[in-house]
Design a protein around this ligand. Structure first.
Ligand SMILES: *Cc1c(COP(=O)(O)O)cnc(C)c1O
Length: 472
């Protein structure tokens, strides 16, 4: 029947509601200091973001520094408070892989957090930024001998052992340097969580950590090496998790193993990892970090009583929770297309493509994980009706999408600018030079002042590594 439906909403996913105003800023999606100026322009901490694009280039990552620091402080306070309530203390590590620059490392260190790195490069950056080695943790399922040697040599606070081989490698490095190295052991708790649900199994098919069954033998090997000091177990059950249940289940399983291992000696800490979720669209409703911290603390306290053990110091590793919501990506629209799409039930609907000057090279997550994002026009507001729009990148891939589905004013034209919120985590850090695009700059804004954190890559830099261009 509906042979010529022109209602673009027929293509919208069920979760995406038509907004009353396609210029509005949904609460919880944007960096905390985002506002609309009276002239309709989008501002961050007092600066219209289009001025930032004009100054620093487009695309651009823009960080709300006060929000970043605030979220780091908030995460730390939540875990500190709840740990204290159950008679222990907390160590909160910022997962640097989500977004790392020298200033970012300093912000989180100044807010009292530790920093987790997972490669020699991340370690080098954190050290160069002046973060004391004792405040760092090193992760990774295949750390090189050079990475291990360097970490031990600089006096890194903790190394998370991820395999049996690493026990000997780290112990040998500690022996060479004449030190005793603090280590944790990553255990696969069998709990794997993903946004709304968690799966608890006894066997999980993944590369990280060792099984609970193998842990006692591994801990015995750690304890047998005088160069190693066993801090405790570690687990990380996933990422972008909205509720507490998976963390609670994982904590209970780890505490039981922790209890068994106490027979062989003291175990001061338990690291429950990161993975606390954030909102990318209006449909996302992650629990507040305070709620998750309280629920985990309750579970840990209950289990400790049941098992008859002291509550260990608790460590956590939030990445996305801190960095994700603090940043927006800025783009300029270059072309628009209205594409007629066949509907499964028959008929067609129009999908509007807005192609921008970046894409999967600055935000790989939609192409990698079908991650959903939101968007708003930044250079003006419009009275035009909401039109279902797809923000596409400029790369030579049909999967190069930045925002799959968003209602934007129907009159967006080339030259209009678009911001995508919640791009602080795993966007810049996953950026590539696909199609020889230079990776965009990163700028921080605080109290009406902007500051470059990372320069954008120039064409000269892009060509500089090609040995075929070297002068003879
Ligand atoms: C990536 C990672 C984190 C951080 O995850 P988020 O989802 O960003 O909070 C924490 N711990 C480990 C071991 C990780 O690999």
């Amino acid at each position: 029947m509906a042979a010529h439906s022109l209602d673009s909403a027929d293509l919208a996913p069920a979760w995406l509601e038509i907004p009353a105003d396609p210029n509005d800023l949904a609460p919880g999606l944007w960096p905390a200091n985002t506002t609309r100026e009276s002239d309709g322009r989008l501002s961050l901490a007092g600066i219209p973001v289009d001025e930032l694009a004009a100054t620093y280039g487009s695309p651009l990552y823009v960080i709300d520094e006060a929000d970043f620091r605030g979220r780091a402080a908030r995460a730390r306070a939540a875990f500190d408070t709840e740990a204290a309530r159950i008679g222990t203390s907390a160590k909160v590590y910022y997962a640097a892989k989500s977004f790392l620059s020298a200033d970012i490392a300093r912000w989180v260190a100044e807010e009292g957090l530790y920093v987790d790195v997972c490669s020699g490069g991340e370690l080098a950056l954190a050290l160069a930024a002046g973060i004391p080695a004792a405040r760092l943790g090193l992760h990774g399922n295949n750390k090189s001998l050079a990475e291990i040697d360097r970490a031990v040599g600089v006096g890194i606070g903790a190394i998370v052992l991820d395999s049996l081989q690493e026990i000997e490698r780290v112990a040998d490095a500690a022996a060479r340097h004449g030190v005793v190295q603090n280590v944790r052991l990553r255990v696969n708790s069998g709990v794997h969580a993903d946004t709304h649900d968690f799966l608890a199994t006894s066997h999980e098919d993944q590369k990280f950590g060792i099984t609970r069954a193998d842990a006692p033998d591994a801990v015995a090997k750690i304890r047998a090496r005088a160069e190693l000091n066993f801090l405790g177990l570690h687990c990380h059950i996933g990422s972008q998790i909205f509720g507490s249940a998976g963390f609670g289940e994982s904590a209970a399983r780890l505490l039981e193993l922790h209890r068994d291992l106490l027979a062989g000696g003291d175990i001061p800490e338990l690291n429950l990892g990161g993975g606390f979720g954030i909102a990318y669209t209006r449909a996302d409703d992650p629990a507040e970090i305070e709620t998750i911290a309280a629920d985990i603390a309750d579970q840990v306290a209950t289990e400790a009583v049941r098992l008859g053990i002291a509550v260990p110091v608790l460590a956590f590793e939030p990445g996305r929770y801190i960095s994700g919501p603090t940043t927006m990506s800025l783009y300029e629209v270059g072309t628009t297309k209205d594409v007629s799409v066949a509907l499964p039930e028959g008929g067609t609907a129009i999908r509007r493509y807005l192609s921008v000057d970046g894409g999967m090279s600055d935000n790989a997550r939609p192409a990698l994980y079908e991650a959903q994002y939101s968007a708003r026009m930044t250079n003006r507001v419009s009275d035009a009706a909401p039109a279902l729009s797809r923000v596409a990148g400029k790369h030579c891939e049909s999967g190069d999408i930045v925002v799959y589905n968003e209602y934007l004013p129907a009159d967006v034209v080339p030259g209009d600018r678009i911001a995508v919120p919640a791009t602080g985590a795993y966007c810049w850090s996953l950026a590539s030079n696909y199609n020889f695009l230079g990776r965009p700059a990163v700028v921080a804004v605080l109290n009406g002042e902007s500051r470059l954190l990372v320069r954008g890559e120039t064409e000269t830099e892009l060509l500089a590594r090609d040995a075929g261009l070297d002068k003879k």
